[in-house]
Design a protein around this ligand. Structure first.
Ligand code: SAM
Length: 433
C-alpha cells in the first residue's frame, strides 16, 4: 500500500514544479521509498482520467459504503485507477483493509465504468480523454522573431483552408479574428518543427489571444502592466503587438516558481528587452508610482472551468463549488479595482478561462455598480472595440441590474469549450477618457 500512500501526496496541484520534478526530487531527498518511475506513471495516468474516476467513485458510492475502512478520495482515485485501467486490473499491494474495501466493490465499479463508456459512446476511456482534448491546435506567429509570411512559408506543406470546420491533418487555417494566428489539426507535428523550437511560433489557444488583441497597445506610446502574467502567453503576445519596443511591459507574477517560467517564456519568445518581470503581488503595488502606465491586462487566477477536464467537478458538492466561486470572484473584483486605481490608465482588459457567470459577467456588474469605479470614470467598452465580429457575447440576463443589459452583454466575449474551437473563455474591456 506504500506506493499508493506515497503517490497520493502528488495528486494535488501545488501550482509549482512539474510532476516529474516533484516525484523524482522527493525520491532523491529520501521522502518516498517506492520506485519514482512507478509513482510518476501512476499519478500521471490517474490525473489524466481523474474526472471520470471521480465520477465512477461517486456513482458507485464507494466512499460511503466503505466508510469504516477510512478510504480517502485520493487513495480511492489511485486504487480504482489500477483496478479499472491498469493492465490486468491489479492493485499493487498485499492484503490491506483499503485494498479489500475496493475489491469488495469491484463489480459495482466495473458496472459504473461500463455505463460511463456507453453514455459517451466510446470503447475505452482512452477514447474519451482524446475526445476531451482541444479540437484545434492554435499557434501564433511570434512577431518579435518572425513574420506571418515566414511562418506560412515554413508550413507550405500544409494546404490552406478557409474555415475552422475544414481543419484536418495536412491543412492550416489562418484565423479571421486574430491576425497572425493559425490553427492546425491537434495531431499535426508542430512541436518537433524548428519554427516551434526557435520560438518563432507560440502555441496559444485562440480565445487566450483575444485579451492582448483587444487591449491593442500602441508601440512607443503605451506602457502596459500585465497584472497576472505567468506563464506568459499574453505577455509575449503584448510584446509582439508592441513591436518588442524596449521596457514597454511590466509583468507581475506572485508565485516565484511561475515567475521563473514566465522568464523562460519571455526569453524563448525574444521579449526580455520589452518585458520587465516583477515577481510579487500586484495588489500590493502603489499605483501612484506608475504614472507612466497607460493600460493594464488583468487575467487573474480563476476556476479554470473553461479548460478541458477542469470543469468536471463530479466529486465537488454544489455548496463547495459555490463557495469556491464566491472566493475567486471576490479576489477578481479586488484585483480589478486595484488595476482601476492606476492614475493614467485609460484601458483595462479583464479575462478568465472560466465559464461561470460569477467570475465573468457578475464581476463586471460589481465593478460597474461600484461608486469608486464610477467616480474614476471607468465604463465598459462597447462591442465595436471588442472583436465585434465574434458572434458569442456575454449573458444578457446577468446584466439586469444595469441600464442597458443588451449593450453590456454585447461588450463581452464568451467562448464555449470545444464548440468554439478551443477553451471556454471570457473577455471584457474598460476604458475612460
Ligand atoms: N496571463 C497568463 C497567460 O496568459 O499565460 C495566465 C495567468 S494565470 C490565469 C493567473 C496567474 O496570476 C497565476 O500565475 C497566478 O500565480 C498569478 N497571480 C495570482 N494572484 C496574483 C497577484 N495578486 N499578483 C500577481 N500575480 C498573481
Amino acid at each position: 500500500m506504500k506506493l499508493y500512500y506515497e503517490a497520493s501526496r502528488f495528486l494535488d496541484d501545488p501550482k509549482s514544479g512539474s510532476l516529474q520534478n516533484r516525484v523524482f526530487g522527493a525520491a532523491r531527498d529520501g521522502k518516498i521509498q517506492s520506485d519514482p518511475k512507478h509513482v510518476y506513471a501512476l499519478v500521471l495516468s490517474t490525473l489524466k482520467y481523474r474526472p471520470f474516476l471521480a465520477q465512477i467513485i461517486r456513482k458507485s458510492r464507494l466512499l460511503e459504503l466503505e466508510k469504516k475502512s477510512k478510504l480517502t478520495q485520493p487513495l480511492a482515485l489511485l486504487l480504482v485507477h489500477d483496478l479499472l485501467l491498469s493492465k490486468g486490473g491489479r492493485i499493487h499491494s498485499k492484503h490491506h483493509p483499503l485494498k479489500d474495501a475496493v475489491i469488495r466493490n469491484k463489480t459495482r465499479l466495473h458496472a459504473e465504468l461500463t455505463k460511463l463508456k456507453l453514455k459517451h459512446g466510446v470503447r475505452t476511456l482512452e477514447d474519451l480523454v482524446e475526445d476531451d482534448d482541444t479540437p484545434v491546435r492554435w499557434f501564433r506567429a511570434n512577431l518579435v522573431r518572425t513574420t506571418t509570411n515566414a511562418v506560412l512559408a515554413a508550413l507550405a506543406h500544409l494546404r490552406r483552408v478557409d474555415c475552422v470546420a475544414d481543419i484536418q491533418k495536412g491543412t492550416i487555417y489562418h484565423d479571421k479574428y486574430v491576425p497572425d494566428l493559425f490553427g492546425v489539426h491537434p495531431r499535426e507535428a508542430l512541436v518537433s518543427l524548428p519554427i516551434y523550437q526557435s520560438g518563432d511560433v507560440i502555441i496559444q489557444d485562440r480565445a487566450s489571444c483575444f485579451p492582448a488583441f483587444i487591449l491593442a497597445p500602441r508601440p512607443d506610446k503605451d506602457k502596459i502592466i500585465d497584472a497576472c502574467a505567468a506563464p506568459g502567453n499574453k505577455t509575449t503576445h503584448l510584446a509582439a503587438i508592441l513591436g518588442n519596443s524596449p521596457e514597454s511591459i511590466i509583468a507581475f507574477e506572485k508565485n516565484p516558481e511561475r515567475a521563473k517560467t514566465l522568464h523562460k517564456m519571455c526569453e524563448k519568445a525574444g521579449a526580455l528587452g520589452c518585458v520587465r518581470i516583477q515577481q510579487g503581488d500586484f495588489t500590493q503595488t502603489e499605483p501612484s508610482k506608475y504614472s507612466d502606465v497607460t493600460a493594464l491586462l488583468v487575467d487573474p487566477s480563476c476556476s479554470g472551468s473553461g479548460i478541458f477536464g477542469r470543469g468536471f467537478e463530479e466529486n465537488d458538492t454544489q455548496e463547495h463549488t459555490q463557495e469556491r466561486l464566491k472566493k475567486l470572484a471576490g479576489f477578481q473584483v479586488a484585483i480589478m479595482k486595484h488595476a482601476m486605481r492606476f492614475p493614467n490608465a485609460k484601458k483595462i482588459v479583464y479575462s478568465t478561462c472560466s465559464v461561470h457567470a460569477q467570475e465573468n459577467e457578475q464581476v463586471v456588474v460589481d465593478l460597474l455598480l461600484d461608486s469608486t469605479v464610477r467616480a474614476q470614470g471607468w465604463r465598459m467598452c462597447s462591442r465595436k472595440d471588442v472583436i465585434p465580429a465574434w458572434p458569442r457575447r456575454g449573458l444578457v440576463e446577468e446584466f439586469s441590474a444595469l441600464d442597458d443589459p443588451q449593450r453590456c452583454a454585447d461588450g463581452c466575449i464568451r467562448t464555449v469549450p470545444q464548440e468554439d474551437g478551443g477553451i471556454g473563455f471570457f473577455a471584457v474591456a474598460f476604458e475612460r477618457d
